[in-house]
Design a protein around this ligand. Structure first.
Ligand code: BTN
Length: 256
């Protein structure tokens, strides 16, 4: 990437005009020993993937479709911290370049105040015998889409930087900004640990301090979203005042 001001991230770039998914390419590259900091970028993905086997719409030139190969010296159970760290670096990037105030919906969706999603993060971990072999972190940021680029059911909950700011953006410069931000955040985290990331994350936290609805097989209850835990879990405060950690996504953030 031309003009990239990073020390180690994106020093090697694998770029494709079109590919199935940058995640798939990144896994292949990592298995062939591609090193820490290599990034995979595509202008268009034919089968971009989201969390929970959802698809991620990745039309040509409409967004930042990026996967990063990382080889952190971390125990696998701390990998969720990397996802939260990525969300913080992405939220910082969006707010710095566009003067908007993004929110992070736990664990890692980026929303605007209209509650529409403009970015998602997909972390895929390859670990063996309690050691991380590598991690692929995929970032999808909607940049220049118009609402009509998405199917109806997605239009209701998706947005792009362009829709929110009424202008077109240069994807390459957003990527440069993000990669610098990510590298600094990552290096700082490796030296100082998670507490600063936690603070930064909570400053962006969607519904932090508010009532959320939790749905399990047998019950629906309400609790206050009170922060994130060291291991990346969601911390809630129950009606009886007890604190509890939640790990999975049975949360209705919109209190429907
Ligand atoms: C989500 O919110 O569900 C996560 C979406 C992640 C999408 C990105 S786009 C670049 C990378 N390649 C993929 O196939 N997925 C991720």
């Amino acid at each position: 990437l031309w003009g990239l001001k990073t020390n180690w991230l994106g020093k090697k770039v694998i770029h494709r005009e079109m590919t199935s998914s940058t995640q798939i390419l990144a896994h292949q590259a990592a298995k062939q020993n591609e090193g820490h900091g290599t990034i995979v970028v595509a202008d268009e993905q034919t089968t971009g993937r989201g969390r929970m086997s959802r698809t991620w719409h990745s039309k040509k030139g409409s967004g930042m479709w990026l996967s990063m190969i990382l080889k952190p010296e971390l125990p696998p159970y701390l990998a969720p911290q990397l996802t939260l760290l990525t969300a913080v670096a992405l939220a910082d990037t969006i707010s710095e370049i566009s003067n908007t105030k993004p929110l992070i919906k736990w664990p890692n969706d980026i929303l605007f105040s209209n509650q529409k999603k403009c970015a998602g993060i997909l972390t895929e971990l390859q670990a063996e015998q309690d050691k991380i072999q590598y991690v692929v972190i995929g970032i999808g940021l909607n940049v220049n889409q118009e609402l009509s680029d998405w199917p109806d059911e997605i239009q209701e909950r998706a947005t792009s930087l362009s829709i929110e700011t009424n202008k077109q953006w240069e994807i390459q410069s957003i990527m440069q900004h993000f990669l610098s931000e990510f590298e600094q955040t990552y290096d700082n985290y490796m030296v100082k640990g998670f507490s600063e990331i936690k603070k930064r994350w909570e400053a962006y936290g969607f519904k932090l301090g508010e009532l959320i609805t939790i749905q399990n097989l047998h019950e629906t209850r309400r609790a206050i979203f009170s922060g994130i835990a060291e291991d990346g879990a969601l911390l809630i405060k129950n009606e009886d005042g007890s604190l509890e950690k939640l790990y999975s996504g049975e949360i209705d953030w919109f209190n429907k």
